[in-house]
Design a protein around this ligand. Structure first.
Ligand code: C5P
Length: 210
């Protein structure tokens, strides 16, 4: 069984996917973490975020490992001499600002999607295009939306920052991600603006019964 939870930036996808996965006793898979880790490695190596061949060659030599736990995903670089966890470094403002450029490259999307499709179900898959491009056969699909202001306020609670600036950055990332970020025709759309986390998880669990 695969359940997909897609949505706009900072709509609460990861927390909701984690809660739903825990309730179903299955893992959740964060596709964004793969895009983020790829972006982090490119920034560290000085590789252009729009040079697909150079990025693929960089990633081909990088033993990245995604750990899809129900409680939270982690990503590691399993270099034999110096293994390193990348999870925290993949969530900086620098990665936020660069990741959409890399994610727009079809070759990089294929690189991520191949990794996702190699995973063994059951799981909850979370991202932008899980229900449309990657797992169109999913048993149930959800798409989370919320106003930019609500999302900015939530993000500022997780990381320090100015609400106005965070809101503008989220709107910019929404625009850059627009191509790959839309609900599947058979997705249930949930507006999370006026719901707390438990309320969104309950809405998804109720939607699973339909
Ligand atoms: O979900 P998260 O904010 O961690 O995703 C980071 C970025 O990765 C998004 O802004 C988007 O550019 C890209 N992404 C994507 N498709 C996905 C998941 C993430 O393009 N399925």
């Amino acid at each position: 069984m695969i359940v997909t939870i897609d949505g706009v930036a900072a709509s609460g996808k990861s927390s909701v996917a984690s809660g739903v996965a825990s309730a179903l006793s299955i893992p959740y898979v964060s596709s964004g973490l793969l895009y983020r880790a790829a972006t982090l490695l490119a920034l560290e190596a000085g590789t252009s975020l729009s040079d697909a061949p150079a990025l693929l060659s960089l990633l081909g030599a990088a033993p990245l490992r995604l750990e899809p736990l129900a409680g939270g995903n982690r990503i590691y670089l399993d270099t034999p001499d110096c293994p390193r966890e990348l999870t925290a470094d993949a969530h900086t403002s620098a990665v936020d600002a660069g990741v959409s450029a890399l994610a727009q490259l079809p070759q990089l999307r294929e690189w991520v999607n191949a990794r996702l499709r190699a995973l063994t179900p059951p799981f909850v898959a979370e991202g932008r295009d899980m229900g449309t491009a990657v797992f169109p056969q999913a048993r149930a699909k959800f798409f989370l939306v919320a106003s930019p202001r609500v999302r900015a306020l939530r993000r500022v609670k997780e990381r320090v920052g100015d609400v106005e600036a965070v809101e503008q950055a989220l709107i910019a990332r929404d625009e850059q991600d627009q191509l790959q970020s839309h609900p599947a025709a058979d997705a249930q759309i949930i507006d999370t603006s006026d719901l707390d986390l438990a309320g969104v998880i309950a809405a998804v669990m109720a939607g699973l019964q339909e």
